[in-house]
Ligand binder design. Structure first.
Ligand code: BG6
Ligand code: MG
Length: 218
């Protein structure tokens, strides 16, 4: 029986994916590295370092330079999230969180971001979340299952009792590798491997989702 939900944060509960993009774009422009929205799609859900490596490609930066660039990008990102409020919650997010809580379902965040706690606070949903697994929690980033297993452990639940909600390919892979029920948000080309694919959280009801997941035999 499903007893827990693990929500990815960026691109699921809020559209910080746009802020990550703007911050990387600013850095790339300063470095004279070609980058655009389309190139940014490949960065969805992946760690800060892996993102930077994809942007710089084989350009010969030293480790110290890479670290400075990660810090610079994070500075821009932190500036962008300062003005976030509950208005920045994705459509349908608060309704789903409330329905889950009323149904006695435990809720965790499973985000690769080191800024996840700040974003949760700014969104005003800290009191609806039972546990946070973030960019500090595990060594191996998604698509490794580690972060979601860590989150399930915080909720004291087994993987098969958990549903992961993800918007990124790497996140869907991580959730499946963890042996969890997986809901993908976005186009099938991106999240088609998930058990259930939805465009976003708008109008999503736990009662409907439960019926869909129960109809899947694995
Ligand atoms: C993920 C985002 O949640 O966190 C990625 O989808 C981001 O875009 C990653 O790179 C790491 O975030 P941060 O805030 O620690 O740089
Ligand atoms: Mg995401």
């Amino acid at each position: 029986d499903i007893q827990g939900f693990i929500f990815d944060l960026d691109g699921v509960l809020t559209d910080t994916a746009e802020f990550h993009y703007l911050a990387w774009q600013r850095l790339a422009d300063q470095e004279g590295i070609p980058f655009n929205r389309q190139a940014n799609e490949a960065l969805r859900g992946i760690s800060r370092r892996a993102s930077l490596m994809l942007i710089v490609g084989d350009r010969p930066y030293s480790e110290a330079q890479l670290e400075e660039m990660m810090e610079r990008k994070n500075g821009y990102y932190v500036d962008l999230i300062q003005n976030m409020t509950s208005r920045d919650l994705s459509l349908g997010a608060i309704e789903l969180l409330n329905e889950l809580r009323q149904a006695g379902i435990k809720i965790a965040i499973g985000s690769a971001s080191k800024n996840a706690r700040t974003v949760v606070e700014r969104l005003g949903i800290a009191d609806k979340i039972d546990a946070i697994a973030d960019g500090y929690s595990v060594q191996k980033p998604k698509p490794a299952p580690d972060l979601f297993l860590y989150a399930a452990n915080l909720l004291k639940l087994k993987p098969e009792q958990c549903v992961v909600v993800e918007d990124a390919t790497a996140g869907v892979e991580a959730a499946l590798a963890a042996g969890m029920w997986t809901v993908g948000l976005g186009p099938a080309e991106r999240v088609g491997a998930a058990h259930v694919v939805l465009p976003n959280l708008a109008g999503v009801k736990w009662t409907d989702l439960k019926a869909k997941l129960n109809s899947i035999t694995t």
